[in-house]
Design a protein around this ligand. Structure first.
Ligand code: TEU
Ligand code: CA
Length: 560
């Protein structure tokens, strides 16, 4: 019987294929490009690769709009390339987790084509169709990508629901045929040898049957439907059914992680309690929302470290005895951590390593997003034409419409800091003109700092961000206290220090990070209590507890 909780000692590396490595010069990353860079992933110590979607797709949302779940998009390669990737990863002791995007499909999926063909279509009920209300949208829900969440189909006179773009119609999970078709597809992929799924917005699959209007905030005109589809009425039934139909009879080391925008610690306990047989872990959004301003992700406010610490501590405690956390700063939807939470100018190395450390040594499975292990930074996009992401472009268009244009610069500045394209600039492999990403024209600009910030420069440098991540990954593999140790937050109200202990019967770790650009004195209790402890990690030479923690200094100590 395999160790069914192996993923507690694992580190996951996310590949966003479009931006990882291009093997054929068309400017878009592809599966062959990933195969060519497996040494990098292996050197890091990666246990699991999470691959963002490579399925057939019109690429309206870079593959999160799937038109055929059983095919690889020619942009990324072929099914044979994918089989080769699976085999190569397995040969190196790594696993492959695929993205599962089943809250919605592409509007170009055959299911939707059939569904929209007529009101009497056998697949009409596979999607969420409603008659107009007072000649307009069936309810007030807004889409995540601006505008209404409803689109009128002229031919049949009904609206279909799309929580994301109008090219991403929502599936109707209340229809059992839909669920059977999804489970069949999942089984097909697991039979092909993949090791699990990252489930896109999976907590949105069960909508309140009445689809009531949602609350409208003062900043927007559309209502928020999350109260009626975030962890909706039947979501646990569906996940338990999925477990029975897909996972329960498999005797392999699989893992599942569900993306949940609406997650709370209480909900997370239900989703990840192993006895309930739903998911292994979830992605929650609390810590990445703390710098959102009143107008949302594109209007940011100053980050309050105390709030970040309290948030993490709450999740650590809530999932201490039941369930499990996933730990992340970054993914393909979030700005770069070192620019957002750290200091990418004066303390780039120090803050990248300090942030990595406080995250990785908590209880949970750490996720590294491509380029994070190099300390890649946000891109200073200066023109709306440089943005590729439909979320940013739609937001800009909608916010600018009706205004006299004077808001343009302010809007652009908000998108430049908060937009998803920050995470999507090409991985910086070397210092050559396109950073070794492509020999052609990259689909999105390469960050000019690749001349000094790149994998080639870091791979052999023991003082690099990459080397630091490698140490953290090894630590996760070797230290059981990271898995079973109790978490205790220290100095909870301190606005600069992020400090905590992890303790089990054998050992105690102290993580001390100065998350600021000023020096911080340490209390006497640390100096006396930990004076004889071993220094396991320190991102600056000569740790000295009697003195101050230098800007963005992190120290990890062990007592037995
Ligand atoms: O994202 C879900 C989601 O709601 C957000 O995090 C989203 O990225 C957006 O920025 C909200 O403002 C998932 C995927 O990770 C994302 O890439 C997709 O665009 C989205 O679902 C639709 O499939
Ligand atoms: Ca390519």
């Amino acid at each position: 019987r395999p160790n069914d909780e192996w993923w507690k000692a694992a580190v996951v590396y996310q590949v966003y294929p479009r931006s990882f490595a291009d093997s054929n010069g068309d400017g878009i990353g592809d599966i062959r490009g990933i195969i060519n860079h497996l040494d990098h992933l292996e050197d890091l110590g990666t246990d699991v690769v999470w691959l963002s979607p490579v399925y057939a797709s019109p690429q309206d949302d870079n593959g999160y709009d799937i038109s055929d779940y059983y095919a690889v998009d020619p942009t990324f390669g072929t099914l044979q390339d994918l089989d080769e990737l699976i085999a190569e990863l397995h040969a190196r002791g790594m696993k492959l987790v695929m993205d599962l995007v089943v809250n919605h499909t592409s509007d170009e999926h055959a299911w939707f084509q059939e569904s929209r063909a007529s009101r009497s279509s056998a697949k009409r009920d596979w999607y969420i169709w409603r008659d107009p209300r007072d000649g307009g949208e069936p309810n007030n829900w807004g889409s995540f990508f601006s505008g209404s969440a409803w689109e009128l189909d002229q031919k049949t006179g009904q609206y279909f629901l799309h929580l994301f773009s109008r090219k991403q119609p929502d599936l109707n999970w209340d229809n059992p045929e839909v669920r059977t078709a999804v489970y069949q597809m999942m089984n097909w992929w697991l039979d092909r040898g993949i090791d699990g799924f990252r489930m896109d917005v999976i907590s949105f699959i069960s909508k309140h049957p009445d689809l009531p209007d949602g609350p409208v905030s003062n900043s927007g005109m559309w209502g928020d439907g999350i109260p009626f589809y975030g962890s909706g009425p039947r979501v646990h039934d569906y996940l338990q059914e999925m477990h029975r139909e897909v996972f329960s009879h498999r005797d392999a080391d699989l893992m599942t992680v569900g993306e949940m925008v609406d997650a709370t610690p209480e909900r997370a306990r239900l989703y990840t309690d192993q006895t309930r047989k739903e998911l292994d872990m979830i992605f929650q959004f609390e810590h990445v929302g703390l710098d959102h301003g009143p107008g949302g992700k594109f209007s940011r406010k100053r980050l309050d470290l105390v709030a970040v610490k309290h948030s993490f501590a709450r999740w650590q405690e809530a999932l201490a005895d039941v369930g499990w956390n996933s730990l992340y700063w970054n993914n393909h939807d979030q700005p770069r951590a070192v620019s957002r939470f750290g200091n990418d100018t004066d303390y780039w190395y120090q803050s990248a390593t300090a942030l990595a450390t406080v995250l990785h040594l908590m209880r949970g499975t750490p996720y590294i997003y491509q380029g994070e292990e190099l300390g890649m930074t946000n891109m200073l996009f200066s023109s709306i034409d440089d943005f590729r992401d439909l979320e940013s472009r739609n937001y800009y268009r909608e916010a600018l419409a009706g205004s006299d244009g004077s808001k343009a610069a302010e809007l652009l500045a908000g998108i430049a800091v908060g937009g998803r394209d920050n995470a999507r600039t090409p991985v910086q492999w070397d210092r050559t003109p396109n950073a070794g990403f492509t020999t052609g024209e990259p689909w999105i600009p390469v960050n000019p700092n690749h001349t000094w910030l790149n994998a080639e420069a870091q791979r052999t440098d023991p003082g690099s961000v990459f080397a630091w991540y490698r140490r953290l990954v090894r630590f996760r593999h070797e230290e059981t206290v990271l898995i079973d140790g109790r978490f205790t937050l220290l100095y909870p109200e301190d606005p600069q220090l992020f400090a905590y202990t992890r303790t089990n019967e054998d050992t105690s770790l102290l993580v001390l990070a100065n998350c600021s650009a000023e020096s911080v004195p340490l209390g006497a209790e640390i100096e006396t209590g930990w004076a004889h402890a071993d220094v396991l990690l320190n991102n600056q030479p000569d740790a000295n507890l009697a003195q101050q923690l230098r800007p963005w200094e992190v120290i990890v100590l062990r007592k037995r």
